[in-house]
Design a protein around this ligand. Structure first.
Ligand code: SAH
Length: 370
């Protein structure tokens, strides 16, 4: 069987084997990668349509108690000025999302588990709900929390939660995090289970192109996402940050273009494997390629996250270096993304939550503003 037929055959299978996934992720000829992308885009169109949903991203605090070895806002990096946006600033960003018909916001922060922080997040979530008459969808991304906290977040009105597993391989996870009880693989896995149990639409994902990572790890990651039955996935390339310990291993990295192409192939294969989930086109893609996010939409992603964080804080929320758009105000992000999405030929789903079809299909009643 020639390359083209083999790719078409694998993409049409109900269940992909490890060998199939490995084959697709190893594709190197541009025309074969293009074919993979076209097949994945066809799956997207059929199962979740070519409507792309916006999630206004509010990076509301960089204060973090974790020390992840790859992350620019890790506790031990003393360079960023630590901030917590005020209630009014966050509400203002949410109202901007509403006024611009984004449909949803993502509230993301560093990780804190103290009571003051948890109360603050609950207050913000319920205030946004009240201020928008329940119309704005809310995703949280505030790290590992207790079951009780997740329940409080859910009851306050958040309905989606993002917590990347970062790498589903226990050993590799251990190499990316300090070896202590605050960075425990099993605890993270347990959080994913708790989030699901609480009733959240579950979002998770991994970084692609990490030091020590091989294609076999990525094959395992795709199986993991399927097994955990994620409703939403965010996959992004790893990008080194000079103020982190992992930077020491930068000579072992794949060149950034290869990390980008591998991320795009991962998105395409994931779309083929999990047809009705939401897949975010990660901002990190654009750090490597000016059109990285559009390329992801063209091969399966259907969610994009315009940044609503105030410009004054963006330089302090550098998870990785070369983060795009740190000089832009949110109006510019909006205009730029609208044009970019339209250029891909996709449509924008305004004023809608754009909930995961997978979540709806897997047993839940449609939400009022899906
Ligand atoms: N505290 C929250 C949010 C973390 S930041 C949480 O724990 O979930 C969101 C994501 O940024 C992380 O999950 C990680 O996958 C990504 N990230 C962090 N550092 C990165 C880097 N150097 N390159 C690419 N992605 C990175």
């Amino acid at each position: 069987m020639g390359g083209r037929e083999k790719i078409i055959t694998i993409a049409g299978k109900a269940e992909l084997t490890a060998g199939d996934i490995h084959y697709l992720l190893s594709l190197a000829a541009p025309e074969e990668i293009k074919l993979l992308g076209e097949l994945a885009y066809a799956v997207k169109k059929e199962h979740v349509s070519n409507r792309v949903y916006f999630r206004g991203l509010i990076e509301f605090s960089n204060i973090c108690s974790k020390d992840c070895l790859y992350c620019g806002i890790r506790k031990s990096n003393y360079s960023p000025e630590r901030f917590l946006m005020s209630r009014m600033e966050i509400l203002d960003a949410a109202m901007f999302a509403q006024a611009n018909r984004y449909g949803s916001v993502v509230l993301q922060s560093g990780e804190r588990t103290d009571q003051a922080f948890i109360d603050f997040v609950c207050d913000i979530v319920s205030s946004i709900k009240t201020a928008t008459q329940g119309k704005l969808g809310i995703t949280l991304s505030c790290g590992e929390q207790s079951e009780e906290t997740y329940r409080r977040f859910f009851e306050a009105g958040a309905h989606r939660y993002l917590l990347r597993i970062e790498s589903s391989d226990r050993e590799l996870y251990g190499m990316l995090h300090p070896q202590d009880r605050h960075h425990d693989f099993d605890a993270r896995l347990n959080c994913l289970r708790l989030l699901k149990k609480t009733g959240f639409q579950l979002g998770t994902g991994v970084m692609v192109g990490l030091p020590f990572q091989a294609i076999e790890h990525l094959v395992g990651d795709l199986f993991f996402l399927k097994k955990i039955d994620a409703d939403m996935v965010g996959l992004g390339p790893y990008i080194e940050h000079s103020q982190t310990p992992l930077y020491l291993f930068r000579d072992q990295l794949w060149p950034s273009q290869e990390r980008l192409v591998m991320t795009l192939k991962m998105i395409a294969v994931l779309r083929i494997m999990m047809k009705d989930i939401n897949i975010a086109s990660a901002t990190a893609l654009q750090a490597i390629d000016g059109f990285g996010r559009e390329r992801a939409l063209k091969l399966g992603a259907n969610i994009i996250m315009p940044n609503l964080s105030p410009k004054k804080h963006r330089k302090d929320y550098l998870l990785y270096e070369d983060k795009p758009c740190i000089e832009e105000e949110r109006e510019e992000c909006r205009d730029c993304l609208e044009i970019r999405v339209k250029l891909t030929g996709d449509e924008i789903g305004y004023d809608a939550w754009g909930d995961s079809r997978h979540f709806i299909n897997r047993n839940h009643k449609p939400q009022p503003y899906v």
